[in-house]
Design a binder for this molecule. Structure first.
Ligand code: GLU
Length: 424
């Protein structure tokens, strides 16, 4: 954030700056709705909270937490909560804005929101993690709710954390409100298919993009950055389709095997020791070398800003699937376009998670739960319909899939804005 704290002054190369430049690129395609575009360039509301807890050793620690509601023109706010030592307000603003675009791109009846706490959860005991989660939930309780803003998992948060959030909110309102968060455990109003949904969406959109490019998945070489819930599931699905996972990077390092990594062994080891724990199955290389590994498909599924201009110049990938939110900086986007590399942007590529979150929320309200086949069939249909519409828009205007996704999404958001009108 610049010296003067403001929604409209992004720090150079920040996620919020990336988002603002993505919005600028879509303005020529918005027609008369462009009049409303400023509404997308500032969040509706941002809450900063202090999260004090008593640590196991008796000391008092304070963490800073955020919940940003970027836009609610089309429905309640929706978006995950991230626990990470680098979380900032500006980052959460960008992540909330990408949720607005994402929910509109797949036509879910939601706006966009996001939350985060600047904390390294790996340094907390389970009790400390629960305290941080509960106090944070209580503090943001004044703006979240099943009909106003519905959090979900994101980086370093999971079903257990969602259960604590649901319980804390429920205790405060005096009833069991399962619909206040999604990504919950199955027996607490969670949905089948939610855990794998984001990775599955990356696979479904990636398979279609590969088909359109004439890229055979059998034998295709794939490099995956980030091996959590998104990257590992997508890797498994691509491997099942015959692709070779040649490089994987996570917070512990980078492992490469040009014959393809054995995922049946790598995945369980990575959960406890990180990918470098699988030394026996590949070569451990310096992290920067990940971007040099010869591949056909690159899946950045970690954090923002990873695909820089320099890395975009050297990748051999023909297809980039954005499993993460905001992994590609605008300059890199341009370089990839010039080099003929197709990018399936985050706001459609990783929308599978929030789509099954929507199914979970609907199931909670109707107290009627669907089987996994029904979830996956509906997920695939929503993702494919959205992608096809975006592709048609890209072809029509000769623009990138990212700008086309923004065109489709922003039209829906700004039309809702216009029809609702400004209050007062
Ligand atoms: N955190 C995920 C995302 O970035 C899921 C959000 C949700 O399910 O609400 O899309």
């Amino acid at each position: 954030m610049s010296e003067k704290l403001s929604f409209v002054n992004p720090t150079a190369n920040s996620p919020w700056g990336t988002y603002l430049s993505q919005v600028d690129r879509v303005v020529p395609y918005l027609g008369p709705l462009a009049r409303w575009v400023e509404t997308l360039k500032r969040p509706k509301r941002a809450l900063i909270v202090d999260v004090p807890i008593e640590m196991d050793d008796g000391t008092i620690a304070h963490f800073e937490g955020y919940r940003v509601q970027h836009n609610m023109s089309r429905g309640p706010g929706k978006g995950g909560v991230r626990f990470h030592p680098d979380v900032t307000l500006e980052e959460v603003m960008a992540l909330s804005a990408w949720m607005t675009i994402k929910t509109a791109a797949v036509n879910l009846p939601y706006g966009g929101a996001k939350g985060g706490i600047r904390v390294d959860p790996k340094k907390l005991s389970l009790q400390e993690l629960e305290k941080v989660t509960r106090r944070y939930t209580s503090e943001i309780g004044i703006i979240i709710g099943p009909h106003t803003d519905i959090p979900a998992p994101d980086v370093n948060t999971n079903a257990q954390i969602m259960a604590w959030m649901m319980d804390t909110y429920s205790m405060n309102v005096g009833g069991t409100a399962t619909g206040v968060v999604t990504g919950k455990p199955l027996h607490l109003g969670g949905s089948l298919g939610r855990v794998k949904a984001t990775g599955r969406g990356v696979f479904v959109t990636g398979r279609e993009a590969a088909r359109r490019l004439g890229l055979d998945l059998r034998g295709a070489r794939i490099a995956v950055q980030g091996f959590g819930n998104v990257g590992s599931v997508a890797a498994e699905l691509f491997a099942e389709a015959g692709a070779k996972i040649v490089a994987v990077q996570d917070h512990t390092g980078t492992i490469v095997n040009t014959n393809g990594l054995d995922l049946a062994k790598l995945v369980p080891i990575s959960r406890t020791d990180g990918v470098v724990g699988f030394k026996a199955g590949g070569d451990i290389v310096p992290n920067e070398d990940f971007w040099d590994v010869a591949c056909d498909i690159l899946i950045p599924a970690a954090l923002e800003g990873q695909l820089t201009a320099e890395r975009a110049k050297k990748t051999t990938a023909k297809l980039v699937l954005e499993g993460a939110n905001g992994p590609t900086v605008p300059e890199a986007d341009d370089i990839l376009a010039e080099r003929g590399v197709l990018v399936v942007p985050d706001v459609i590529c990783n929308a599978g998670g929030v789509t099954v979150s929507y199914f979970e929320w609907v199931q909670d309200f109707s107290s009627f739960f669907w089987d996994e086949d029904e979830i996956n069939v509906r997920l695939d249909r929503i993702m494919m319909n959205a992608l096809n519409q975006i592709w048609d828009t890209a072809d029509k205007h000769k623009i990138s899939l990212r700008t086309a996704t923004y065109a489709v999404a922003c039209e829906r958001i700004l039309m809702a804005r216009q029809e609702r009108g400004l209050y007062p």
